[in-house]
Design a protein around this ligand. Structure first.
Ligand SMILES: NC(=O)c1ccc[n+]([C@@H]2O[C@H](COP(=O)([O-])OP(=O)(O)OC[C@H]3O[C@@H](n4cnc5c(N)ncnc54)[C@H](O)[C@@H]3O)[C@@H](O)[C@H]2O)c1
Length: 261
């Protein structure tokens, strides 16, 4: 028996990085998956899943659009008869624009995808899960939602909002049997961070990446997928309303310039 055997699962942002790794891992653990992304790359993810013997369907949709989120959830329920897990993972970085040059439109787009998207996932998944009296919601926040220094302003604000959404929603779900948690990735090697890795490789400084955390390396997508799997599974039956850093220990310490003692 897999850890998600027979469960009806949605993962957004499944065309790349963390979402793709999660799609592969969750289906290996028996999930019946609707894999969502705004790009065609999600079809490659589903091809990989099927080659490995897993059950998945691809859906191209915008995770920040109300109409699309409703369609995604309807599709999961129509295909699999229920909804057990949704991982609202799609996100955009918003780049690093100086504060004085940031526009309202830029903020609106980052918040739309990174914060309104998870809100819509929660809003439209909730009724199905509450009716079943069971379900697990996972959101992707970031260490950038905990502290400054990891991203641009709108991205950090959106991820701080996701952490708050987890806390406030856990409270709203009181007595329903439905759980909600977030993962807060540190620096993970994915499509989103490719420019950082590419630049460092060009400069010959690739070995400097990830040196600020005690594990002294960047993370890989499967290491986030593993945490998401635990939170989505019944093994996490008493874990609720929390945001878990998966960051090699980056946020465990104050900035410290001396040698570890
Ligand atoms: N990589 C990191 O270091 C890091 C750190 C902290 C948090 N995160 C978060 O992890 C999540 C996954 O990102 P990743 O690192 O795997 O990046 P990625 O770029 O490899 O994957 C993100 C996927 O989301 C999709 N996407 C973006 N906007 C979308 C939308 N509106 N609708 C549907 N799909 C959309 C993209 O097409 C892409 O396939 C994001 O929420 C990101 O903010 C990543």
């Amino acid at each position: 028996m897999g850890r998600l055997q027979g469960k009806s699962v949605i993962i957004t942002g499944a065309g790349s990085g963390i979402g793709r790794a999660a799609a592969l891992l969750f289906t290996r653990e028996g999930a019946r998956l609707i894999a969502v992304d705004r790009t065609e790359a999600v079809k490659e993810t589903v091809d990989e899943v099927r080659k490995a013997g897993g059950v998945a369907e691809a859906m191209i949709a915008d995770a920040g659009s109300e109409k699309d989120v409703i369609a995604v959830i309807d599709k999961a329920v129509a295909t699999h008869g229920r909804l057990d897990v949704i991982w609202a993972n799609a996100g955009v970085s918003g780049g690093l624009v100086p504060l004085a040059e940031q526009t309202v439109e830029h903020w609106q787009e980052v918040l739309r995808v990174n914060l309104i998207g998870p809100f819509l996932a929660v809003k439209y998944a909730m009724p199905h899960m509450v009716k079943q009296q069971s379900g697990a919601i996972v959101l992707t926040a970031s260490v950038a939602g905990l502290k400054a220094g990891a991203s641009g302003h709108p991205y950090a604000a959106s991820k701080a909002g996701v952490i708050s959404l987890v806390q406030t929603t856990a409270y709203s779900l009181t007595g329903t049997g439905v759980r909600i948690n977030a993962v807060c990735p540190g620096l993970i090697e994915t499509g989103m961070t490719k420019p950082i890795f590419d630049r460092a490789k060009e400069r010959g400084t690739a070995d400097k990446i990830g040196q600020l955390n005690p594990l002294k390396r960047p993370g890989q997508p499967h290491e986030l997928a593993a945490m998401g799997l635990f939170l989505a599974s019944d093994e996490a039956s008493y874990v609720n309303g929390q945001a878990f850093p998966v960051d090699g220990g980056l946020t465990a310490s104050m900035p410290y310039a001396g040698k570890p003692v």
